[in-house]
Ligand binder design. Structure first.
Ligand SMILES: *[C@@H]1O[C@H](CO)[C@@H](O)[C@H](O)[C@H]1NC(C)=O
Ligand SMILES: *[C@@H]1O[C@H](CO)[C@@H](O)[C@H](O)[C@H]1NC(C)=O
Ligand SMILES: *[C@@H]1O[C@H](CO)[C@@H](O)[C@H](O)[C@H]1NC(C)=O
Ligand SMILES: *[C@@H]1O[C@H](CO)[C@@H](O)[C@H](O)[C@H]1NC(C)=O
Ligand SMILES: *[C@@H]1O[C@H](CO)[C@@H](O)[C@H](O)[C@H]1NC(C)=O
Ligand SMILES: *[C@@H]1O[C@H](CO)[C@@H](O)[C@H](O)[C@H]1NC(C)=O
Ligand SMILES: *[C@@H]1O[C@H](CO)[C@@H](O)[C@H](O)[C@H]1NC(C)=O
Ligand SMILES: *[C@@H]1O[C@H](CO)[C@@H](O)[C@H](O)[C@H]1NC(C)=O
Length: 496
């Protein structure tokens, strides 16, 4: 990142230098007397063009950055600078330019076109037809509506009888617009899409048309349906795209796991953050998804319980992120295990990264996993851990493993109970043996003996020696007599 901004800065400086040079030579160029012979159309150096005075031209990386620089589309002169230039910009950024529409764009070899953060409301039919190399198109953060986003905006080149698909388009970002649905045929000209981002559009429901549109994308690998305000996912959405490997569905209204996850047999990454799922118990546990490796369920506003078998069918899971689930308090020790063989052994996912930070967990049961030693990153920070014998495994084994593999992650693993160990790190509790454990209990019994028997005896002996036996006995006698007296007088009162 730093390198990138440095590179951009360097080019900005270069561009300024070139601008100066160009300014000085311009009069010559424009002087009609110097153009004597009509030369064949020659590629003009783009870096000397007027466009590169306005935008940042990173010639080396074929990158044209016009973010916030134009306030409108390229003028025809600027297009000429581009199309006649000696360099083809593979990446063009036109963000924050107050564009309201996308006109029919001239033939140009751009591969990545970023049009986010404008006010684009509508797109000319076939706008991208002549961008034969276009791979990635980002129209996020605009004002597209279901009405203006019609299938023919993605028309490809016209052949004798029909429009051909846009040949190379693979990634389309329609996030942060005003889409309530999608036309059922919206992708008819771009059926080979591999990545579709729809996040942050007010869908509220994936209706039949949108379902048809998405499930028809047979080559889709990544689908982002985060923040669509939906509480259901039609099963076909996961049924159609056979190669789907990444599904992002954060920030929706799912109260249980989306239906049809079992059809996503090639899914590797799944993000379900910020959904109001309360628990993973009973039928609401993950189905057989053997290819899933990465699962994130963070910032769940209601999740309090992970029950038996919740993750048992995720037998290839290596990374599980359950952080910032403020109410998560119950984690069943059978959440991961699966009785595959019917024999005495259980199978567990091969977890390597396991994030449980900022939850409400008090104990971590040992049987939750078997190969704890294979967990390379275990984040247990900021939970109200119980520091007594009920949390024996965390205190006596795991925290040492965490400290050894990632000592920084041991820092904020602190006790909340009992009161006398509040805010003490579990690592310190382990290191200084502050908790009674089966092995250490003899020490504690010894200590108790000292506290309860030896010390009072010594004190008593000292007192006896000082006051003498009679003084003490006499005093207790008088106390006993007083009690007796009180009792009889009470009885007498009662009889009268
Ligand atoms: C876009 O419009 C706003 C408001 O009119 C203006 O402040 C801003 O400078 C414009 N952006 C560009 C790149 O012209
Ligand atoms: C796109 O290409 C076609 C065929 O070459 C041409 O007729 C048309 O004018 C081009 N469109 C634009 C906007 O340049
Ligand atoms: C769509 O764009 C055209 C210009 O191409 C404009 O006249 C029209 O008002 C736009 N329609 C909407 C709904 O924004
Ligand atoms: C789970 O899915 C895999 C791959 O589709 C399949 O081979 C396996 O038999 C399934 N297991 C169960 C228990 O359904
Ligand atoms: C599970 O992971 C292993 C190792 O990465 C891989 O070889 C195997 O194909 C995965 N299984 C499935 C069903 O994807
Ligand atoms: C955390 O769990 C405890 C029980 O261990 C419960 O009393 C408390 O209300 C929980 N806190 C939150 C924020 O859910
Ligand atoms: C697995 O299931 C079989 C049959 O239900 C049972 O006999 C066995 O004890 C189970 N294994 C474990 C480790 O629970
Ligand atoms: C924790 O790890 C640090 C750094 O590796 C080490 O210096 C320290 O002794 C460890 N503490 C305990 C209690 O094991």
């Amino acid at each position: 990142m730093k390198f990138k901004s440095c590179a951009i800065l360097a080019f900005a400086i270069l561009c300024i230098v070139f601008t100066k040079v160009a300014c000085e030579t311009e009069p010559d160029k424009d002087d009609p007397t110097t153009t004597v012979t009509p030369e064949p159309p020659k590629k003009t150096p783009v870096k000397d063009s007027k466009l590169c005075k306005k935008c940042i031209c990173d010639i080396q990386n074929n990158f044209l950055d016009c973010n916030e620089k134009l306030g409108d589309w390229f003028s025809s002169d600027q297009w000429n600078d581009l199309t006649n230039g000696d360099v083809v910009f593979k990446t063009i950024r036109l963000e924050h330019n107050n564009l309201t529409t996308i006109p029919a764009l001239p033939a140009y070899g751009v591969e990545n076109l970023y049009l986010a953060f404008n006010q684009i409301e509508n797109i000319t039919l076939g706008a991208f037809r002549n961008l034969s190399e276009l791979v990635n198109l980002d129209i996020s953060h605009n004002k597209l509506t279901t009405k203006t986003l019609v299938p023919d905006v993605f028309q490809g080149p016209y052949s004798t009888s029909d429009y051909k698909p846009l040949p190379k388009l693979r990634s389309l970002n329609l996030g942060y617009n005003d889409l309530h649905s999608l036309d059922g045929d919206i992708f008819e000209h771009i059926p080979q899409l591999e990545e579709l981002v729809l996040c942050s559009n007010p869908f509220q429901i994936i209706n039949k048309n949108a379902e048809v549109a998405i499930s028809g994308l047979a080559y889709l690998k990544t689908l982002d349906i985060s923040y669509l305000e939906i509480d259901e996912l039609p099963e076909t959405v996961l049924h159609g795209p056979r190669d789907l490997n990444t599904l992002l569905a954060a920030g929706n209204e799912f109260r249980s796991l989306p239906d049809g996850l079992e059809y996503a047999q090639n899914l590797i990454h799944l993000v379900l953050n910020e959904n109001p799922i309360e628990n993973l118990v009973g039928d609401n546990v993950f189905p057989n998804m053997t290819s899933l490796k990465y699962l994130s369920m963070s910032f769940m506003p209601k999740l309090y319980k992970i029950g038996p078998g919740a993750f048992s069918e995720l037998q290839n899971l290596t990374e599980l992120i359950l952080s910032d689930n403020k109410f998560l308090n119950e984690f069943d020790e059978l959440a991961f295990s699966k009785n595959v063989t019917g024999g005495p052994y259980l199978d567990y996912p091969p977890l390597e990264h396991f994030f449980l930070n900022n939850c409400n967990l008090t104990v971590l049961p040992k049987p939750l996993l078997v190969r704890w030693d294979k967990v390379k990153v275990l984040d247990l920070q900021y939970n109200p851990w119980r520091c007594d014998s009920s949390n024996d495994y965390l205190i006596n084994e795991l925290i040492g493993h965490v400290n050894k593999t990632n000592s920084i992650l041991a820092k904020n693993v602190k006790c909340a109970f009992p009161d006398e160990l509040k805010d003490v790190t579990v690592l310190r509790v382990a290191d200084e043996h502050l908790v009674q454990t089966p092995g250490a209990s003899l020490v504690w019994i010894g200590l108790l003996v000292v506290l309860l028997i030896v010390i009072p005896t010594v004190v008593a002996a000292y007192a006896i020696k000082k006051r003498g036996c009679f003084g003490r006995f006499r005093r207790s006698d008088s106390v006993a007599n007083r009690a007796l007296y009180n009792r009889t007088s009470f009885n007498e009162d009662f009889h009268i």
